[in-house]
Structures are given as structure tokens and as C-alpha cells.
Ligand binder design. Structure first.
Ligand code: SF4
Length: 388
């Protein structure tokens, strides 16, 4: 874990008040090759990566300070999430512009409605850092995709006439890129729709710009609970004291916080890394709830892992970590098929009411169904969820 006071020498002379000001961090993002070269020992793959696909890069000074900047060819996990590489220009089997089919499920311009009771509201094209594995690389960073007031009004009208939607994911881009006033206005407008029960802020700001989690933001939002926060820590190197304080501030203000980690090749694709990350998250009152198979978004082939890797990691976490710190391993099916949770297969056999299991340590155990249990059909038995 890194110390919050770590600040790259490039920004050593910046007064603390500015460094702690999220607007200053946003304004001073590193977003050109010339700026990067001033303080990062780039290798040719990184140099050629800038512009390899039409997905810009931008890095807050805070997040850039977490990078190993000194070694060309470094496999630093922060660097690999933030700096493009030439591989982004290479096609890979099965990749897509819009892997989740979000744009095919848009009843109005800025709503994606794929599940009956949930909808995603797209409120910003901007993020503090443009993650190289982003599922929405097709629109994130593109100013032309920024939603205007008319689009928001159209979205509210859709939600009002679709009362089956109880849960609204406020996303983007990153909704916390908006001003406090604008974001609070959006949340108030959603809260005024009687059928909307839960709001979810989908934000990576606790990771890439924890200075954004201010009392000025949280005070008006806490009036509008229940609001959940879905954040996105991927590696223990992101777990600074500053990030921890951002989570604590959210939890103290009554937000329920969950984390979604995306599995990325040679970055966090081992049980030790996920264990360290999730222990830290739980200590800071953030529940690790999804471990995502990386979506096959165009340009991310070099970051994707085989599905077998996620299953192996979940298998290794069992018996090592409390269930509270073990996420569901999930594949969001390409083309809009929805999420499926995968678990390591622990059923060895079944004879009548007798089930045999293998536990996390390879030992075998038997469980007997009660006498009056309804007989399972073969199909149902095969698809029974395994709770481990
Ligand atoms: S913060 Fe989220 S929306 Fe923004 S670039 Fe990263 S993954 Fe994409």
C-alpha cells in the first residue's frame, strides 16, 4: 500500500491546498505524449500507443504519482491501466465496440435499459483517468457524447412512464466529473420519481481522484438516500491512505459501497493480489461484490485473461478469506446477454438425496437432502447454485 503523501517530484512545488482540490487535479491531468515524456521513462510500446485507437488518455496528478515512472518497460499496474500501448491498435478474436450491447437497448438517448428493474443513466462523458480496459471506450472522453439538459429531461420522462425501473445506475463516464450542483440536481430529479427506489453512483473517483469525495458533495446527497456507490479498485497499489479516507467519508455519510474489480492480465490475475485488495476494501467498509471477466472491448485484448483464471482465483480465495471479502466472478455476456456468475465446480456426485462435494482444500464431504425434499428434475439439479 502506498502512502497518501506520495507525490511525484514533478508536482512537489504545488501547494497542498491545490493538490487537495479535485478541480485542480482535473484541470492538470496529463493528457499528451509530451507531458508524459517529461516524467515517465516510456518504452516504445507506450510511445506508439498514444493514438493507437481513438480513445484518449488522461491521468490525474494524484493517480500518476502512484505509477512507477522510472523504468522503461515497467509492468506497474497503475501505468498499465492508464497509459495506452501499441497493442490497443490490434484486433483480437471476438472483440467489439460495444460488447454489452448497451447502445442496442436505448429507449432514449442516455438510458440503457437491459434488465426489467434497472436502468443505466449516462450523465457524463468525462472521467479523471481513462482506464485502458473501459467497456465504454467508444464514448468516454468524447465531448460530443456529453448529454445535455434536453436529454436528461427525456430520460426522466422515460423513467416516470416505466415504473418497473426501481434502481437507476448513474454512470457515464464518471458522474462525479460533474459539478456538485449538477450532480445533486440529477439525484434530486431521480428521487422525485416515485417508482425509483435506489440510486447507484458508479464512480472510480475514490480510486483515481479521492480528493473529489468532499463534505460539500456528500452533505446534500445524504438527504437523498438510499444511494449506493459502486466503485472500481483493481489493485492494492491503488489502496492509499487518501483513497481509504474517501471510502470512510462515504461510509460515514451513509452510503453503502461496493467494489467491482476487473480481472486484468499480469496485473491482478492471481489470488494473492485479489486477497490483499479485498482485505483492504473490507477494512474500509467497501464490499467486494464482483470480480469481472474483462469485457471484449476493442483494443483490450492484451489485458484480457482466460475465464479459467477467474475460476481458479475464486477457488483459491475460498478457505483463505471470509465470505464477505469474496466477490462473485461474473461474465457479462457479449451482445447484451446479461451477467452470469461462475463458480468452481464442487459437486463430485449425486445419488438420490446424497450429494458429494469437494471443499476448498480438496477434501470430500457428503450432504444429505431432507426426507421431504421435492425430487429435483435433472435440469434443475444441474443448475443448482453452489453456495460455498
Ligand atoms: S472510470 Fe469507468 S467509465 Fe471512466 S474510463 Fe474508467 S472504467 Fe471507463
Amino acid at each position: 500500500m502506498l502512502d497518501a503523501s506520495i507525490r511525484h517530484p514533478r508536482w512537489a512545488s504545488v501547494p497542498d491546498a491545490q493538490w487537495s482540490d479535485w478541480r485542480w487535479q482535473q484541470r492538470n491531468r496529463v493528457s499528451t505524449l509530451a507531458e508524459l515524456e517529461q516524467f515517465v521513462a516510456l518504452d516504445p510500446r507506450e510511445r506508439d500507443g498514444v493514438g493507437a485507437r481513438g480513445f484518449p488518455f488522461a491521468i490525474t496528478p494524484y493517480y500518476a504519482s502512484l505509477m512507477d515512472c522510472t523504468r522503461a518497460g515497467s509492468s506497474c499496474p497503475i501505468r498499465r491501466q492508464a497509459i495506452p500501448v501499441a497493442d490497443e491498435g490490434l484486433p483480437s478474436l471476438g472483440d467489439m465496440e460495444d460488447p454489452l450491447g448497451e447502445d442496442d437497448h436505448r429507449p432514449v438517448e442516455i438510458i440503457s435499459h437491459r434488465y426489467p428493474d434497472r436502468a443505466l443513466l449516462y450523465v457524463s462523458h468525462n472521467c479523471p483517468v481513462y482506464c485502458r480496459h473501459c467497456t465504454r471506450a467508444r464514448k468516454v472522453g468524447d465531448v460530443a457524447s456529453a448529454p445535455g439538459r434536453g436529454a436528461l429531461d427525456e430520460a426522466y420522462a422515460y423513467l416516470r412512464r416505466t415504473p418497473a425501473i426501481r434502481d437507476v445506475l448513474i454512470s457515464g463516464g464518471d458522474p462525479l466529473s460533474l459539478s456538485d450542483r449538477r450532480l445533486v440536481e440529477i439525484c434530486q430529479a431521480l428521487r422525485a420519481i416515485p417508482s425509483v427506489e435506489v440510486l447507484r453512483l458508479c464512480t472510480r473517483n475514490p480510486v483515481t481522484l479521492p480528493q473529489r469525495i468532499t463534505a460539500e458533495l456528500l452533505e446534500p446527497l445524504r438527504e437523498l438516500h438510499p444511494i449506493w456507490v459502486s466503485t472500481h479498485f483493481n489493485h492494492p497499489r491503488e489502496c492509499t491512505a487518501e483513497a481509504g479516507r474517501a471510502l470512510e467519508r462515504l461510509a460515514d455519510a451513509g452510503f453503502a459501497i461496493g467494489n467491482q474489480t476487473v480481472l486484468l492480465r499480469d496485473l491482478n490475475d492471481d489470488a494473492e493480489t485479489i486477497t490483499a485488495l479485498n482485505r483492504w476494501l473490507v477494512r474500509h467498509r467497501c464490499r467486494p461484490y464482483y470480480l469481472f471477466q474483462c469485457d471484449p472491448v476493442r483494443g483490450s485484448g492484451h489485458l484480457r485473461t482466460p475465464i479459467e483464471t477467474g475460476l481458479r482465483i475464486i477457488d483459491e480465495l475460498r478457505g483463505r478469506l471470509s465470505g464477505l471479502a469474496i466477490p462473485q466472478f461474473v461474465v457479462d455476456l457479449p451482445g447484451g446477454g446479461g451477467k452470469v456468475a461462475l463458480t468452481p465446480d464442487r459437486v463430485i456426485s449425486r445419488e438420490g438425496r446424497r450429494w458429494r462435494f469437494r471443499n476448498a482444500h480438496g477434501r470430500e464431504y457428503e450432504y444429505v437432502d431432507p426426507d421431504d425434499a421435492p425430487a429435483a428434475t435433472p435440469r434443475r439439479a444441474a443448475s443448482l447454485p453452489l453456495v460455498m
